[in-house]
Design a protein around this ligand. Structure first.
Ligand code: SAM
Ligand code: SF4
Ligand code: SF4
Length: 356
C-alpha cells in the first residue's frame, strides 16, 4: 500500500478534493473534533481521578479557527466530522459552530454528528437539530442511578434520560447509545441497558474498555470481551450477525432474531480494527492527533496563529497523514498474546483532551 495523495473526490460545487492515504494505505476520511476539554462528569475511565490541568482558555481554538481547519480537512478528503470533547455541549454557543460546519456539505462533508454525555441534551436538542446535526451518540454505561453516580461522580442520570427522550421526540435518528463495559463495575448492566435500548428504539453499542491515557489505572482483567458480551445478550435475546455498516466502521452489528432491533460491539481490544482506521483527531487546543494512543500531536494552532495560509496548513496535515503508521491496538494485542504487554509502558494523551 502506498502513502500519498489522489485527486479523486468532488464537492458538490465541482471542486476537486484530495484523498490522502497514510503509510498503510488508509484514507483520511473522518475527523473527531474536540471543542473543549471541560466536562461536568468525572468518569474514572476517562479522566484522572486526582488533578487534571485544564487547557488554558486562550489555547482553545476559536470557532473561526475550527471552521477554517475543518474546511482544509474537507478539502483533503474528510467526509465525516464528529464533535466531541470533554463535553461538547459545555462549549458556549456550540449550535453556532454546528451551523457553520454544516455549510461545508457543499464542499464534500457528508456527515456531522455529536458525541455527548447527554446531561444538557434536553436543553440543546432542538437547536442542534435546526443547526444541522444529523446523528447523536450518547454515552451511557448504566441505568442504575447509584451506579451512575459512582461511575460519573455526578448525580445526573435523570437529565441524561430526559435528554435522550427529548432527542428521540424531535425525530433525531439514529440515536446511538454507547456503553463502555468494565468487569466488576457495570457488566451486570449489559442486559438492563439492552432492554432499555430495545424499548426505546435506540441503537446500543458496547465498547471494550481501553487503555487510553495513563491516568485511568487500566487493568486488562477489567475488559469484558466482545464474545462474552454477545453470549450474555444472546442467552436472553438470540442474535444473528449482520456485519459492519461499512468496511472501515469500528462496530460489528448484530440483529435480534425476534425483530427487536440491532446492537453493535466495538471490540477495540480483542479484535482491533487499525487496518481500517480512517480517523484523525483534532484536540481542543488545535493539535492533529493521528491515533487515540499517541503521546503528542501536530500543533496546527501555532501555524494558524503564526500567520500560515491555508496552503501551508494543508501541506503540514498532508505530511503528517502520509507518514502515519499508527496501529496501537493491533500492537497491543500482539504484545498481550506474547505476554510482553505492560499497561503503563508508554505515555499517551488523556482521552478527555482528544475525545473518543
Ligand atoms: N463527553 C462526551 C461523552 O462522554 O460522550 C464525549 C467525550 S468522551 C471522551 C467520548 C467517548 O469516549 C465516550 O463514549 C466514552 O465512554 C469513551 N471513553 C472514555 N474513556 C474510555 C475508555 N477508557 N475506554 C473506552 N471508551 C472510553
Ligand atoms: Fe466527560 Fe465523556 Fe470523559 Fe465522561 S467520558 S469524563 S462524560 S468526557
Ligand atoms: Fe486507529 Fe489508533 Fe485506534 Fe488503531 S489504535 S484503531 S490506529 S486510533
Amino acid at each position: 500500500m502506498v502513502a500519498g495523495r489522489e485527486v479523486s473526490r468532488e464537492g458538490s460545487h465541482g471542486t476537486a478534493r484530495e484523498c490522502l492515504k497514510d503509510a498503510l494505505g488508509r484514507p483520511l476520511n473522518d475527523l473527531r473534533l474536540s471543542v473543549t476539554d471541560r466536562c461536568n462528569f468525572r468518569c474514572a475511565y476517562c479522566m484522572p481521578l486526582d488533578r487534571y490541568e485544564w487547557i488554558n482558555r486562550r489555547e482553545i481554538l476559536t470557532f473561526e479557527e475550527i471552521v477554517r481547519l475543518s474546511r482544509i480537512f474537507v478539502s483533503l478528503g474528510v467526509e465525516e466530522i464528529r464533535l466531541t470533547g470533554g463535553e461538547p455541549l459545555l462549549r458556549h454557543k456550540l449550535c453556532d459552530l454546528v451551523g457553520r460546519l454544516a455549510e461545508l456539505d457543499g464542499l464534500g462533508l457528508k456527515d456531522l454528528s455529536l458525541t455527548t454525555n447527554a446531561s444538557f441534551l434536553g436543553q440543546h436538542a432542538a437547536a442542534l437539530r435546526r443547526s444541522g446535526v444529523r446523528r447523536i451518540n450518547v454515552s451511557l454505561d448504566t441505568i442504575d442511578p447509584q451506579k451512575f453516580r459512582a461511575m460519573t461522580r455526578r448525580d445526573d442520570l435523570a437529565n441524561v434520560l430526559q435528554g435522550l427522550l427529548t432527542a428521540k421526540g424531535l425525530g433525531i435518528a439514529p440515536i446511538k447509545v454507547n456503553c463502555v463495559v468494565q468487569r466488576g463495575v457495570n457488566d451486570e448492566d449489559i442486559l438492563p441497558l439492552t432492554e432499555f435500548a430495545r424499548r426505546n428504539g435506540f441503537w446500543l453499542r458496547f465498547i471494550e474498555y481501553m487503555d487510553v491515557g495513563n491516568a485511568n489505572r487500566w487493568e486488562s482483567e477489567k475488559i469484558v470481551p466482545k464474545r462474552e458480551i454477545l453470549e450474555r445478550i444472546g442467552a436472553r435475546y438470540p442474535l444473528e450477525e449482520v456485519g459492519r455498516s461499512d468496511p472501515n466502521a469500528p462496530a460489528v452489528n448484530y440483529r435480534f432474531k425476534d425483530g427487536g432491533g440491532d446492537i453493535g460491539v466495538i471490540a477495540s481490544v480483542t479484535e482491533p480494527f487499525c487496518a481500517g482506521c480512517t480517523r484523525g483527531r483534532l484536540s481542543a487546543d488545535g493539535r492533529l492527533v493521528l491515533c487515540l494512543f499517541s503521546d503528542k500531536g501536530v500543533d496546527l494552532k501555532k501555524l494558524l496563529r503564526g500567520g500560515a495560509d491555508d496552503r501551508e496548513v494543508a501541506s503540514v496535515i498532508r505530511e503528517a497523514w502520509t507518514s502515519r503508521r499508527d496501529r496501537y491496538s493491533e500492537e497491543r494485542l500482539e504484545a498481550m498474546n506474547s505476554g510482553s504487554y505492560r499497561a503503563d509502558s508508554r505515555r499517551k494523551i488523556e482521552m478527555i483532551s482528544i475525545g473518543g
